[in-house]
Ligand binder design. Structure first.
Ligand SMILES: Cc1cc2nc3c(=O)[nH]c(=O)nc-3n(C[C@H](O)[C@H](O)[C@H](O)COP(=O)(O)OP(=O)(O)OC[C@H]3O[C@@H](n4cnc5c(N)ncnc54)[C@H](O)[C@@H]3O)c2cc1C
Length: 416
């Protein structure tokens, strides 16, 4: 029903991606979940070969020059495969955003084009062992020495720490700065510069993406690998909220759709008390709730995508709020929808005979990564209060406080 919001080109892309997803063999997903694959380079290569990477980027570097609406449509389809494969599909979009917007021509040629064409694999290294939510508290340092920066420190939970060739790394370049937002820079760090993968994590779900801890010990980064200007990392991070959070939101919708479809089909076949369980309201109303949440989440996601496209992809207060709302609402809803799917299926849903238990394990991650949903709430309320308090009274539609029957009892309006 959302095709009505899409252009013909976007619809065509969506159904091509759907075919791509259908052709992925189940054995591949099973191997990912059983940790038999550490990092699926063939999968990323096949997406690149089909020209599905870098949808939003400049055609000069292999992109398609499309917008966020196209991208969320594509990621929802890939999200049916689960968050690990959704994330690996999204990383070129996330890392690519920094290069496309802040990088120079050489960086686009050397990195962006190769990432889009599947010649090199990329990852984003932001989170540190001492914490991920407090981005500006970063302790990794990059010290300028002549024509290079010397990188020291660690990053944790990096998807692609096993497997990626190049990392987008944030590090402190001005520890004296009074404003932490002006103390961090962003670099493209090749593995071969001396990046070490120290630990690959055992995960509850979303397996197979090579999620690990990176160690940088006097890693030499040539100065031409600085993205944008020195100490511009805060601004870059602010812009990166869009791809990080929109890709999570869109992927969650796809995974939730996959889960509820399995449960819906099951409910039409499984019988209890002599009739299909679909006929019990307790079951069919769960499907109603799930579909309402799914459509509401997708509606918010598409509105956000359209809003970003209308601002040429550049973040603003309203975009920050909508992107955070989308990430929070889509991922929370996906968790609830897949929970409903499991409940509808009873005991068999809890076993590995059906994929709902994997989807539930997988989806749990989504309210934690790319900024926890508590951090999303922090941003949403911050932006809304700002927006609200900055709107002059005359611009509000109506002073509804005066509509109360007792509005004139002003002595009852006590605030302190
Ligand atoms: C499987 C996996 C893959 C990941 N992939 C990547 C990746 O590729 N690259 C990358 O850089 N990172 C990645 N992450 C890291 C992820 O983004 C962080 O785990 C996340 O941002 C939270 O950081 P943290 O784990 O350090 O938790 P903390 O920051 O320590 O937070 C702990 C708890 O405190 C709460 N909290 C913290 N501060 C506040 C506050 N101000 N207000 C309210 N609540 C607060 C949080 O919401 C959370 O509940 C991944 C994580 C996992 C588990």
């Amino acid at each position: 029903m959302f095709d009505v919001l899409l252009t013909e080109r976007e619809i065509e892309l969506k159904y091509k991606l759907r075919e791509f997803v259908k052709d992925i063999p189940p054995s591949f997903l099973r191997k990912m979940d059983q940790d038999e694959i550490q990092y699926p380079t063939d999968y990323i290569k096949s997406l690149a070969d089909a020209n599905y990477l870098g949808l939003r980027f400049d055609p000069e570097f292999g992109g398609k020059g499309m917008g966020w609406v196209a991208e969320v449509t594509a990621i929802e389809e890939i999200g049916v495969l689960g968050p690990a494969l959704g994330c690996l599909y999204s990383l070129p979009s996330i890392v690519g955003e920094a290069i496309q917007r802040f990088g120079n021509h050489n960086q686009k040629k050397k990195y962006l084009e190769k990432i889009i064409k599947g010649k090199i694999y990329c990852a984003e290294a932001l989170t540190e062992p001492r914490g991920g939510s407090d981005f500006f508290g970063a302790t990794c340092t990059a010290e300028k020495q002549g024509d290079r920066f010397i990188l020291n420190g660690q990053k944790r939970f990096v998807v692609g720490s096993e497997g990626a060739d190049v990392f987008l790394v944030y590090a402190k370049t001005d520890s004296e700065s009074k404003d932490p937002r002006l103390s961090i820079s962003t670099f493209l760090v090749e593995r071969k510069f001396g990046v070490e993968t120290k630990h690959v994590y055992g995960l509850m779900g979303s397996r197979g993406g090579g999620t690990g801890r990176l160690v940088f010990e006097n890693v030499e980064i040539p100065e031409e690998n600085l993205i944008g200007n020195i100490n511009q990392g805060g601004e870059i991070f602010n812009q990166m909220m869009i791809p990080e959070r929109m890709t999570s939101a869109a992927g969650a919708i796809g995974s939730a759709r996959a889960g509820i479809e399995v449960a819906t089909r099951y409910s039409t076949r499984r019988k209890a008390f002599g009739r299909p369980i679909q006929k019990f309201q307790a079951v069919s109303f769960k499907i109603a709730d799930a579909m309402t949440k799914l459509d509401a989440a997708r509606g918010l996601l598409y509105a956000t995508a359209k809003q970003i496209d209308a601002h040429n992809g550049i973040t603003t207060g309203i975009i920050r709020r909508m992107v955070s709302e989308s990430k929070k609402f889509c991922t929370d809803s996906a968790w609830e929808i897949i929970n409903h799917a499991m409940q509808i299926m009873g005991g068999i849903g809890y076993t590995n005979v059906y994929p709902v238990e994997r989807l539930l394990r997988d989806i749990r991650l989504m309210s934690i990564w790319t900024g926890t949903n508590e951090i999303m709430s922090l941003l949403i309320q911050h932006e809304y209060f700002k927006e609200f308090l900055q709107t002059p009274d005359e611009k509000r539609v109506r002073d509804v406080e005066n509509d109360a029957v007792g509005a004139e009892f002003t002595e009852e309006k006590v605030f302190e």
